[in-house]
Design a protein around this ligand. Sequence first.
Ligand code: ADP
Ligand code: MG
Length: 830
Amino acid sequence: MERTKVGLSNEEVMHYKQKYGLNELFKKEDTGILKKFIDVLKEPMLLLLLCTTIIYFMLGEFQEGIVMLIFVLFVCSITFFQQWKTDRTMNALKNLVSPEIQVLRDAKKIIIKSSELVPNDIIYISQGERIPADCEVVEVSNLYVDEAILTGESEPAYKQCKKQCNGIDDYWKEYMLYAGTLVVSGTCVAIVRKIGTSTEYGKIGKSIYEAKEEDTPLQKKVGNLVKILAVIGAVLCIAVISLSYINTQNLIKSILSGITLAMAIIPEEFPVVLAVFLSMGAFRLAKKNVIMRKISAVETLGSTTVLCVDKTGTITENKMKVSKVFYNKKLFDDVNYLSKELSMVSILACQRDSTDPLEKAIIEVAKKNIAVYELENLEICKKFDFNSNTKRMANVYIMDDNYYISAKGSPEAIIRLCKFNKEELGEIKREVDFFASKGLRVIALADGTSEKLFEELEDYTLSFKGIYGLQDAPREGVLEAIKSCNTAGIRVVMITGDYYKTAVAIGEEIGLKFSNSSITGEEIDHMTDVELMNAVKECDIFSRVIPEHKMRIIKALRDNGEIVAMTGDGVNDAPALKKADIGIAMGGRGTEVAKEAADMILLDDNFTTIVDSVRDGRRIFDNIRKAMIYIFIIHIPIITLALFSPVFALPQILLPMHIMLLELIIDPTCSIIFEIEPEEPYIMNQPPRSPKEPLLTQGMVKKVLMQGTTLFLAAFLPFHYLVDSGVTVEYARSFSLTTLIVGNIILVLVNSSNTKPITEVLLDNRNKSRILINIISVVVLICIIYMPMLQSLFKTSSLALKTFTEALVLGGISTGWWEIVKLFHRIRKL
Ligand code: ADP
Ligand code: MG
């Protein structure tokens, strides 16, 4: 049988794959292990650790030196692990969005990853797709391809089969499709000729699919903060070294206390927390059918103020059902019995083997009244494809030596093609309005004959046949999702190509705020930018719009200062998706181009999933804040302790060992525990966060200072007191370490939730890692205070049980007192 009818067989595919490899247009950059290792070693924390190790060895304190080396290895492996995990998560996400293509193999049409294509594969390409390999056109209908990416030519190139080409031998062939170029309109069947780096595009060797990953605004803010802290740290360090040298005259010891301070100050947790929270957030969203193409979108999501969504398929199910028909001046509520004539026109006005839900619904009804097989053999000699600008389509057939045209589309579009008297027109318009006021999608039908084949649909004279009213119910949960948007201060704007009455009826059903009016595409055309800016303030429904209008709507909303998320699926939606703060492409019906332009892909095309992801975005941001606040608080005592000892000429409370130990507790605490914290009840009850809002608000800064200071006092004052009263430094230090570590555990519990009391947090055992890390820190604390071997290393000594209990209580109170503030807030809210 002919190759184009069966495609390649399994064996052939295997054979070609072995011979030519994968269809990858560019070589992925592979960062070697060595480079990653050097990157990790460049971390300032590790450099400091290495310095300390060297100093200990110079001082002849080998035991300490070796422990420090172990710490170095530990920190290295943690960093490695974290990076590996983030990389893996990101790669998994990228794989989920890798482009796919329909191929013919073993006589079956299947969908495979474009990278699996081999030469001689037969592929099906349609509007909105990127060509996956260099191919030759076999069958073609109206195919225009944007080849600017290769040729620089901005006009789309028209494609035809080889035998129709006029033999001009250009470098860029009319019968060839080139990898990386974009199908603007039409469909075709093609045979793959060259794949991977042998394609014209592959020779250039750049990636088109990859969205360039820039730092998110938050990452930039935090980056700056880290720089500022580093400078402060360096200045303080030098000050401490000089001070201590004046006090002790011992240079190496002074350097050591300087390094201790530096280790305490380096805010290495901040970037880690951001990278981990954002990538894990994206990963969790992927499990809920939302794929983040840009990590920064995770962050922006939470501050979205307006959601602009398509109606059909996003708010509604996109499962159409014919519910009313108007034909021959009569209204039919029972659509099972329609005339043969209308049924025939309906079927002929649809695509063959249609997958469009609207056409499937119409055909289903028509089939009940007419034998379809008679119509299936008719030859289509011209197609006018549907697009959202013209809102109509038609097929031209050869019938009885004449041409027969069957058309359908929006009533306005079809009426324009027909001739009426005033009375007829009035009646039709009344019916259309009646259908639409019931929330039905309205389609008009017309047909006609012609002796000539015209290029434009307008040149045919058609006669009006009838109208269909199709029901497309809102998806389950949309009403609730919109309510939750309202309490969260997010406006939902519905954008649709449908008739305004249909849109308004649906808008009312789902509870849009301004659901009694709609602005139509035509009205937008007559508005200036400023008028539109005012209009969008009080309108939630835009009807009969074409993709170009979306662009203006977004611009107007953004000029009003809104943060806009917008959905889209078609080729023409790409500019609007790019312009929106968050472009959301549909995973199901979206074109490749829309997906490339989007920040986020919605796999299930469902509106409620968007609202869920906004909630997740807010939760992620809230947790990032919690983690940041925690990091700030816990560093206050550590830094001040490292700073005060030399300043007040006290013996050093915290040695590099202790700081390392604390960091090993702090690190997983902030990057794991807070990441999985469940959402707070207020998350969707407050207005969106302004992107201009600082990382920490004034209230948060106060909280940081208060909690940090009390924890510091609880560790510092007893130490001061104990040393003055004559006990050994080791004993006093054990006391301080106990208050610090216990204070830290309580701090995590207190700050895990801003609303729930600590008792509820303790009983909620969903966050397993919190329980684990807290238990480990208690065990570690007991070990370093009571195990002789560790005592000599950590310069501690056994505390009497009474003293130990005192330290426990003091530590608990030092951070636990914040519960009173929380209680006060709760009472005030009642
Ligand atoms: P949306 O998807 O936003 O509802 P569309 O651009 O898909 O908007 O559709 C706009 C209008 O075009 C519909 O109200 C309907 O009248 C008409 N229409 C939609 N699909 C078809 C089709 N397959 N054939 C003919 N007309 C259609
Ligand atoms: Mg549509």
